[in-house]
Design a protein around this ligand. Structure first.
Ligand SMILES: [Fe+2]
Length: 132
């Protein structure tokens, strides 16, 4: 089983957001391990729901921080969050009606996480550090 781990390059330099991102990666690790341990579909489905709820919370938390810091890119960032969250909801639907294998699901989640974190979130991290 390929290893999912937290990397220094994921950090955006805002401790509260970085720790939430680490928690997010932790849920992906649990999903990955559940597949590897041949857990039943219902269990994996619940883990994906756990991820969804956490992502929902985390996005609102990040957006509140953007509002607090008067981040000029807030609207576009939020649009990206909304699109990611509905993509995740879609994925839950596909998982429940059919199935998604481990590599496809875990790769999707990690690619999405790395892409959003190292680009979009990183810009917000740079902004907060420069403006506070
Ligand atoms: Fe974000």
């Amino acid at each position: 089983m390929e290893k999912i781990s937290w990397k220094k390059e994921y950090e955006i330099g805002v401790p509260e957001i970085d720790s939430q991102h680490q928690f997010f990666v932790g849920i992906i690790q649990k999903i990955n391990a559940a597949y590897a341990n041949d857990c039943d579909k219902d269990h994996i489905s619940l883990l994906i729901k756990e991820l969804y709820k956490y992502v929902d919370f985390h996005f609102v938390s990040e957006e509140n921080s953007m509002i607090f810091h008067k981040y000029p890119e807030y609207k576009n960032h939020k649009k990206e969050h909304d699109a990611l969250l509905s993509r995740l909801a879609e994925l839950i639907g596909v998982f429940e009606s059919e199935f998604i294998d481990r590599i496809e699901l875990v790769d999707f989640l990690m690619n999405w996480f790395v892409e959003h974190t190292t680009k979009t979130d990183k810009r917000f991290g740079d902004y907060t550090r420069l403006n506070n």
